[in-house]
Design a protein around this ligand. Structure first.
Ligand SMILES: Nc1nc2c(c(=O)[nH]1)N[C@H]1C(S)=C(S)[C@@H](COP(=O)(O)OP(=O)(O)OC[C@H]3O[C@@H](n4cnc5c(=O)[nH]c(N)nc54)[C@H](O)[C@@H]3O)O[C@H]1N2
Ligand SMILES: Nc1nc2c(c(=O)[nH]1)N[C@H]1C(S)=C(S)[C@@H](COP(=O)(O)OP(=O)(O)OC[C@H]3O[C@@H](n4cnc5c(=O)[nH]c(N)nc54)[C@H](O)[C@@H]3O)O[C@H]1N2
Ligand SMILES: [Mo]
Length: 763
């Protein structure tokens, strides 16, 4: 029976309404929208109680984004945002998916629902098992569930036939224990959501600066002269970042925004902290908006570099920071020579901008020293994504704008603990030094061969080279590219297991057998044989801090992620010398092991108890680039886009609405873009529509073109939008079916979710 993957949806359009685009973000509307969601999911009284604990020093970490909390004062309303509130409401919902629900709804039937409807079914209450050949999940005991996992893992010919995925909400403690289990079992197949997210940043930053993380702290935003926000929509995805940008402006700094879309939040916002500012015209954030074409960033940055060089040659010492360059960097001459091989005339059309606009940006860069560059998925999900990030590092290095107050790199992370999971060893290619420490501490032989990342995992399952899939959180089938291909890959497995809070499509597109293991969420109390536990997480700026849930667990059958790892490990590793159960019953013991094996965690248990947490070491922040291959910060040579569009072809970027968290759909509105009650839409430029004989709200099919292959997603509505010519935008995950599995970034192997070549075909 072929279950629905979302590729060919029930073609149920939901009744689109188009509204004017608001002229500012946040403000009163954001508060009311948040309260509406919270009240609907959990009720008002419990909802207010929940929000009170969100991101407070003795509360729990918001399961939304990874934006940091202020080190000092935290206000009630300030430390949550509309979308943080929605994330919490979604987890704390009163709706339950019980064994009776599964008995009365077959998997095939559920697969016909939209992602929105699936998610709204609620929290899973008990471990569930789908036996081979059956179409209804059945109740199973934890013991039997673990024993099936142990049996299937031990039946494989090699541990490399199993895949252990992680999404980025998992705590440091659970992640550490998970990777330890997986490496004890014998593989490095630890793909994670980062492979689809900031892998390009990690790759570029490690090579150029010797650390895969950003260098700035929140405080730096108060001191920056210039902040450049590239390929990011913080009004929706990191709303609390707007407060930091507001501070930059209050202190006299300037902001450049580089984006194909005029995202409302970046243009103007109303501080939620200050009710007096909810009315009135709000604060203008962006000083210069560069409406770049999709994937035109390397071309733009290269023109800026060429203009900087021109000025420096004409007037030596007026642009470059020679002291910094001489003492800290490597490769300047090669960069300057390489710039001569590109001409501005050639590069300019790729940007879609005028030279005057780029000159203005260059002027701001030349005239300011303390520069922060922020970015997210608009830069990391292209074929030349690593080039994007290395090129912006070139600019910072020429200016010496790193390793000092108010300056540096700011990759804005997605999932709330995606950075911590990496620090804990969730990566298919952890360095030898990490593996050495594990071996020493736990006296075992750990695998050295690098494992599969996300894309390689899908290929391996598709080819039958991997047969067991275990997902620690996330929604693999919907988040990954090439939905139909990935669905077939999962169907090939002997067993698929998901450790989840809520029902999602990955539970419905399954292997021969499947298990759903329901776990506690962040907002819930975690009580073990040793009493109440807290967890720790690392935010986007390398601050590790504690998080402690306050709510009664949703169901008495839930286990923590840590306990689930211990259960799987005990059932699988019969001769293990690690006492998994003991570790899982006292998280201080896990933190001791982390301290013993990972640099930067000295006195972890003590420091984890400091309210507000502690900073991990960061060499780039300290102006030390010795961990790179050359021992210095490296200039690099980068390639602009090599796209060549045929007539009638468009570049498509897949983006998030204001009403979703990745594949979790909170609602059907994209308020800041004026689109209500519909997700199957394609944003298009007005002239492109005319040239292609398309009208507002025409029903179309989208066809992607890659290596002579076609992929089709049916039933989208055309929406006229302020977007550069030949660029289009659709929503993730509905359009993932169009992202070809082999279309990946060089080096980071990240799916090119922001560069998909499509044609728009009228019904
Ligand atoms: N509420 C909410 N918060 C979230 C998430 C969520 O889904 N909902 N997801 C979390 C996660 S995991 C992540 S990774 C982040 C994602 O945060 P974002 O990266 O902000 O998310 P996207 O919606 O993918 O937006 C990409 C932005 O880049 C722009 N863009 C696209 N292509 C290009 C390009 O070629 N060049 C430039 N310069 N810009 C481009 C788009 O117009 C858009 O503004 O947010 C995190 N926070
Ligand atoms: N086309 C396209 N594809 C993309 C992207 C894009 O921009 N465009 N973005 C990519 C990015 S940046 C990312 S990060 C990935 C996201 O990929 P994933 O992290 O795999 O996806 P999510 O939608 O965040 O996962 C949601 C599910 O996680 C489970 N969950 C929620 N909280 C918890 C928890 O506390 N514990 C556990 N165990 N489970 C929990 C719930 O069951 C929920 O259904 O998607 C990527 N895919
Ligand atoms: Mo992400």
């Amino acid at each position: 029976m072929s279950k629905n993957t979302n590729a060919q949806p029930p073609e149920k359009l939901t009744g689109i309404k188009l509204k004017d685009i608001p002229d500012s973000a946040v403000g009163f509307k954001a508060i009311t929208s948040a309260l509406k969601h919270v009240t609907k999911e959990v009720g008002l009284v419990k909802g207010i109680g929940l929000l009170k604990n969100l991101n407070q020093k003795d509360g729990f970490d918001c399961p939304g984004c990874a934006w940091p909390d202020p080190d000092a004062k935290r206000a009630f309303l300030a430390e949550y945002c509309e979308n943080g509130a929605k994330a919490v409401a979604e987890e704390a919902t009163k709706d339950k998916v019980s064994p009776l629900f599964f008995a009365t709804h077959s998997v095939n039937e559920l697969s016909k629902l939209s992602d929105y409807e699936i998610g709204k079914s609620g929290r899973i209450t008990q471990p569930m098992y789908l036996p081979e050949g059956k179409d209804n999940y059945e109740e199973i005991s934890w013991e039997n569930a673990f024993s099936i996992i142990g049996q299937e893992l031990n039946a494989l010919q090699s541990p490399d036939e199993a895949i252990f995925y992680t999404s980025g909400r998992t705590s440091n403690e659970a992640a550490y224990l998970y990777q330890l289990f997986v490496r004890h079992y014998g593989t490095n197949n630890l793909p994670d959501c980062s492979n689809m997210c900031h892998e390009s940043s990690g790759s570029a930053l490690s090579e150029t600066l010797g650390i895969g993380k950003g260098s700035v702290t929140l405080e730096d935003f108060n001191h920056a002269d210039l902040v450049i926000v590239m390929g990011q929509n913080p009004g929706t995805n990191h709303p609390r970042m707007l407060t930091a940008l507001g501070e930059t402006k209050n202190n006299g700094g300037k902001i450049i925004t580089v984006n194909p879309l005029p995202e409302v939040g970046l243009l103007n916002y109303k501080d939620p902290q200050d009710p007096l500012k909810w009315v009135g015209s709000g604060q203008d954030l962006t000083d210069l908006f560069l409406q770049v074409k999709i994937n035109g960033d390397v071309a733009l940055l290269k023109i800026i570099l060429k203009l900087m060089k021109e000025k420096e040659v004409a007037s030596p010492n007026s642009v470059f920071n020679h002291e910094f360059i001489n003492s800290k960097t490597e490769g300047l001459d090669a960069l300057l020579n390489d710039l001569d091989t590109f001409s501005i005339e050639e590069l300019l059309p790729q940007t879609g901008l005028t030279l005057e606009e780029i000159e203005k940006a260059t002027e701001l860069i030349i005239n300011n020293d303390k520069i922060i560059i922020c970015w997210a998925m608009g830069l990391t999900q292209h074929k030349n994504a690593v080039d994007n990030i290395r090129e912006l590092v070139n600019i910072l290095l020429l200016k010496g704008s790193i390793g000092k107050k108010g300056a540096g790199t700011c990759p804005v992370r997605g999932h709330s603990n995606v950075q911590g999971d990496r620090t804990m060893g969730i990566w298919e290619k952890m360095p030898d030094s990490f593996i050495d420490n594990l071996e020493k501490e736990f006296s075992f032989k750990a695998p050295r061969k690098h494992g599969y990342d996300v894309v390689n995992s899908i290929e391996a399952m598709h080819k039958g080279k991997a047969k067991v899939f275990i997902g620690m959180g996330g929604n693999f089938v919907s988040a990954t590219p090439d939905t139909e291909y990935t669905a077939d890959a999962l169907r090939n497995c002997n067993l698929t297991v998901h450790i989840s809070t809520k029902l999602n499509r990955s539970h419905l597109i399954h292997g021969k057998q499947a298990l759903i293991l329901p776990c506690l969420g962040r907002s819930e109390k975690d009580i073990t044989a040793n009493g109440e536990q807290f967890i720790t997480v690392e935010n986007s700026m390398g601050v590790v801090h504690q998080s402690k849930g306050h709510l009664k667990p949703h169901s008495p059958f839930l286990l923590s992620e840590t306990a689930i790892v211990a259960g799987m490990a005990t059932a699988t590793l019969v001769n293990s010398n690690v006492n998994w159960t003991k570790l899982a019953s006292d998280y201080d013991l896990i933190r001791n092991k982390i301290e013993a094996t990972i640099p930067g965690f000295d006195n972890y248990n003590e420091k984890a108890r400091i309210k507000g947490g502690f900073y991990l070491p960061n060499n780039a922040r300290d102006n030390n680039f010795s961990p790179t291959a050359t021992g210095k910060a490296n200039f690099t040579l980068n390639q602009p886009s090599d796209l060549n569009l045929n007539k009638n072809e468009f570049i498509m970027m897949t983006i998030r609405t204001h009403d979703q968290y990745n594949t979790t759909i909170y609602g059907l509105n994209d308020r800041y873009r004026g689109v209500l009650n519909e997700r199957r839409i394609v944003f298009m430029n007005e002239e492109d529509m005319k040239e292609n004989n398309l009208n507002q709200l025409d029903l179309v099919d989208l066809v992607s073109h890659f290596n002579n292959q076609k992929r089709i997603a049916k039933g989208f509505l055309v929406v006229k939008y302020d977007i550069p010519k030949q660029c289009t935008a659709t929503y993730f995950p509905e359009a993932n079916v169009l992202v070809p599995i082999k279309s990946v970034a060089r080096k980071s192997n990240t799916p090119t979710s922001k560069t998909v070549i499509i044609t728009v075909e009228k019904r």
